[in-house]
Each structure stands twice: as C-alpha cells, then as structure tokens.
Design a binder for this molecule. Structure first.
Ligand code: GDP
Length: 139
C-alpha cells in the first residue's frame, strides 16, 4: 500500500534566494498537509549522515558542502500517494530535465543546487523524517 507521508527539505539555495514562501505555496496548493516543520541548519557532519547513501558518489563532497552552507526548511508532508505525487511535483533531479510546472523547473539552478528534496520511498521518508523530528513535533 502506498504511504501517505513524505519528507522534504527546502535546500540552502532556495532559502538564500528567498523562495521559502512560493515553494510552500506550491506544496500546499498541491494538496499536501504539513505534519511537521522546522527552520534549521545542518552541520557538515549531519549533512554527510543524511546523504550517507551517496558517500561513494563523486559529487558527495560538493553535496555536503552545499547542504551545510546555510539554513534549510525541513518538513513531513501528508497526502494520499505522497511519495509519488511529491516526486512529480518537484520534478527531475536535473532542472534541465524537469517538466514545466514543477518546483525544480521554477526554482532549481543546477543538478546539485536543485531547491528541494523529496523522499524516494516509504522507508526513506520514515528514516528522513525521524532524522529531524521527534513524535512530539508532529501534528
Ligand atoms: P533526488 O532524489 O532527485 O534528490 O536525486 P539523488 O538522490 O540522485 O541525489 C541527491 C542529491 O544529490 C540531488 O538532489 C542533488 O542535490 C545532488 N546531486 C545529484 N547528482 C549530482 C551531481 O551530478 N552533481 C552534484 N553536485 N550534485 C548532485
């Protein structure tokens, strides 16, 4: 059965460009409810742990530098078919390949600095949500 929760981050590039508001509008207009949310900043070590699966990829160093360079917005979102629908809303990893109307098409500037994160599976949504939020912080 498809999960009804996903995890997202508005990444440092989009926060620095003052795009928190319009990105949250696109998310809520698409029907996602906010279950948990915080404005925070990852240390270098925390960013490395969050992206641990990519540790052996050539872009890992760049990814960790980028994700720890400024504040982010982290959130757990709820909607039927959340994982798939949210991946559709954010668009392809590389904004050059992202469809019109997606968050990355509108706000991402490169394959690395691509404005938002979205979980790719139910299991990862749970792991990633648990990375940032206690049960007391979910509503
Ligand atoms: P996602 O699920 O669409 O976020 O994509 P991936 O799981 O493949 O990659 C995780 C994140 O790593 C992406 O969102 C990018 O921020 C970054 N990333 C992926 N590929 C590259 C790349 O070729 N270069 C750089 N600098 N970053 C990348």
């Amino acid at each position: 059965m498809a999960s009804n929760r996903t995890f997202t981050m508005i990444k440092p590039d989009a926060v620095a460009a003052n795009n928190i508001g319009p990105i949250l509008s696109m998310i809520t207009e698409a029907g996602f409810k906010v279950v948990a949310m915080k404005y925070t900043k990852l240390s270098h070590e925390q960013a490395g742990n969050f992206y641990d699966v990519h540790r052996d990829r050539p872009f890992f160093g760049e990814l960790v530098e980028f994700m720890s360079r400024g504040p982010i917005v982290a959130a757990i979102l709820e909607k039927d078919n959340a994982i798939e629908d949210f991946r559709k809303l954010i668009g392809a990893t590389n904004p050059a390949q992202a469809e019109e109307g997606t968050i990355r098409k509108r706000f991402a500037t490169s394959i690395g600095e691509n404005a938002v994160h979205g979980s790719d599976s139910d299991d990862n949504a749970k792991i990633e949500g648990d990375f940032f939020f206690s049960q007391l912080e979910r509503f």
